[in-house]
Design a protein around this ligand. Structure first.
Ligand SMILES: [Zn+2]
Length: 129
């Protein structure tokens, strides 16, 4: 029996083309579902509600915090902690610092102490008062 190589190639290619088309169709359907889902999410998105929710979270973080560090105070604290991280091995799961906050009426004095070496630093940024 003689096999016609042209027909075999045509059948083989037809099968491959069908396979590729099926893959493309499945991908198209998945993208279409994602698109519909995103359109629904966009239609339901309420910017004012989202902003109000974020403002509420921000306000809660502000009102429930003992103190708000200025950028300068944050840098001073990081420098202090970095020094004691290296020199006192105040690090890892046992790492901690003692903080003293003193309200003055116009601002808060912030003093941080390393419990290992007992050194402390006043990191207060009086310019931010
Ligand atoms: Zn220390």
């Amino acid at each position: 029996m003689k096999i016609d190589t042209k027909d075999f190639a045509a059948v083989f290619l037809k099968g491959k083309i069908d396979e590729y088309l099926e893959g493309i169709r499945q991908e198209y359907n998945a993208v279409s579902e994602t698109c519909a889902s995103l359109r629904k999410q966009l239609a339901e998105y309420n910017k004012a509600e989202e902003v109000a929710s974020l403002a509420k979270q921000l306000n809660q973080a502000y009102t429930h915090s003992l103190c708000q560090l200025s950028d300068v105070e944050k840098k001073r604290l990081e420098k202090f902690k970095s020094y004691h991280y290296i020199n006192c091995f105040n690090r890892g799961k046992n790492e901690y610092y003692d903080y003293r906050l003193q309200e003055t009426g116009i601002g808060t004095i912030i003093v941080v102490t390393c419990p290992i070496c007992k050194k402390y630093a006043d990191i207060t940024d009086v310019d931010s008062w």
